[in-house]
Design a protein around this ligand. Structure first.
Ligand SMILES: *Cc1c(COP(=O)(O)O)cnc(C)c1O
Length: 368
């Protein structure tokens, strides 16, 4: 796409070449068939609208939009410190936990360094690692779609600066268990940062599953990422946070985009922490729906990994795109990963009912 003027083009960093652009889940958009509702099950969003109290806090904060927000989100940090019983100095906020992850990687890794993570896992990882100039080292999941922590420990070299663990894993669903993580951490050198990305922590029910905050308390090289985007239902406001020890948390504040978390987002997050009981009820409803969806899929004959998050993983191989198309024809937007499978968010029960009808039709029509 040369301008044809013959002038040299702007020099971009070589690290950006070949990087995938982040592909957000398709939006439900305006339906071409108004007769049928369209459900967006492609981005693991919370199907419930914001709570009334949260909307009021947002409206109130909006009246000072002419001002820059509190740069260090002091009120939010104090509320998080209280809620999670961690010192304020151990907290750093950012524009969603993907924003915080970018701060983490910028703080730890650059050209010549390696970042280890499981694959398939969250699509943002190769992008944020690639932007930093560091190299991604992807360790395949096990056959049952879990992290292979032994292989991940084996993949650590003296160039490894950080390891990212996604639990529950997006897009496959299983959570990492305490015992396997403890054994893994024994093998990680103390100067390598282990990031535990717990975007779906609130949906976890397996009693053996890792709770990052417990782990962080015992390991100076562990950093936990949490977000208000999923269980708290604030995906549109971009607010997440890290819990890490002093030096790491301090580095995260240095690499943050100045004033990145808006005053509206800060106010909404603080208010959400005051409505945890109502939010928990919604999460319980979604977890019940997840249990129902997984059980029904298995009765239908699907083999689905145990999901501890608000989505399920449908292994479809070469049929992935066809399955996503059939879903779309039925007003369901799901997230296909070509050649591998579809990730389907657990939504409101009507959306799940419709999805289960489609999955039944698919499996009856495509007997192996
Ligand atoms: C959704 C998600 C996030 C959070 O994204 P935000 O930037 O906070 O909206 C982080 N990690 C994983 C694995 C996710 O799926």
């Amino acid at each position: 796409m040369s301008s044809g003027s013959g002038e040299p083009r702007v020099k971009l960093r070589a690290a950006l070449e070949g990087l995938p652009s982040y592909r957000p889940g398709r939006s439900a958009g305006p339906s071409s068939e108004p007769a049928q509702s369209v459900y967006k099950l492609s981005s693991n969003e919370n199907p419930f609208p914001p709570l009334p109290g949260v909307l009021e806090a947002v409206n109130e904060a909006a009246s000072s939009l002419n001002r820059y927000p509190d740069m260090f989100a002091t009120g939010l940090v104090a509320a998080l410190s209280d809620r999670f019983d961690v010192p304020a100095e151990h907290l750093a906020t950012g524009t969603g936990s993907v924003g915080v992850l970018q701060q983490v990687i910028q703080a730890c890794a650059g050209e010549g360094d390696e970042v280890v993570y499981a694959w398939r896992s969250f699509e943002a990882y190769p992008i944020v690692v690639g932007i930093s100039g560091a190299e991604s080292v992807r360790v395949p999941l096990t056959a049952n779609a879990r992290h292979d922590l032994d292989a991940m420990a084996d993949a650590i070299t003296d160039r490894t600066r950080l390891v990212v663990l996604c639990t529950p894993n997006n897009p496959t669903g299983p959570a990492i268990r305490r015992a396997e993580l403890a054994a893994f951490l024994e093998r990680v050198p103390s100067d390598v940062l282990v990031v535990i990305d717990e975007a779906y922590r609130e949906f976890v029910r397996d009693p053996e599953a890792v709770d990052g905050l417990e782990v962080y308390a015992r390991h100076p090289n562990v950093c936990v990422l949490r977000t208000f985007s999923k269980a708290y239902g604030l995906a549109g406001l971009r607010v997440g946070f890290a819990v890490a020890h002093d030096d790491v948390a301090d580095a995260l504040r240095k690499t943050a985009v100045p004033f990145g978390v808006s005053g509206v987002a800060q106010a909404a997050a603080v208010e959400s922490l005051k409505h945890e009981a109502e939010l928990r009820d919604r999460v319980v409803e979604l977890v019940d729906e997840r249990t129902r969806v997984m059980a029904t899929l298995r009765e239908q004959g699907w083999s689905v990994p145990d999901s501890e998050a608000n989505f399920v993983w449908m292994e479809l191989g070469e049929s992935t795109e066809d399955f996503a198309r059939k879903c779309a024809e039925n007003g369901l937007i799901v997230r296909p990963f070509a050649g591998e499978g579809c990730r389907v968010t657990v939504g409101e029960s009507a959306a799940n009912d419709r999805f289960l009808r489609v999955s039944q039709e698919w499996i009856s029509g495509s007997e192996v």
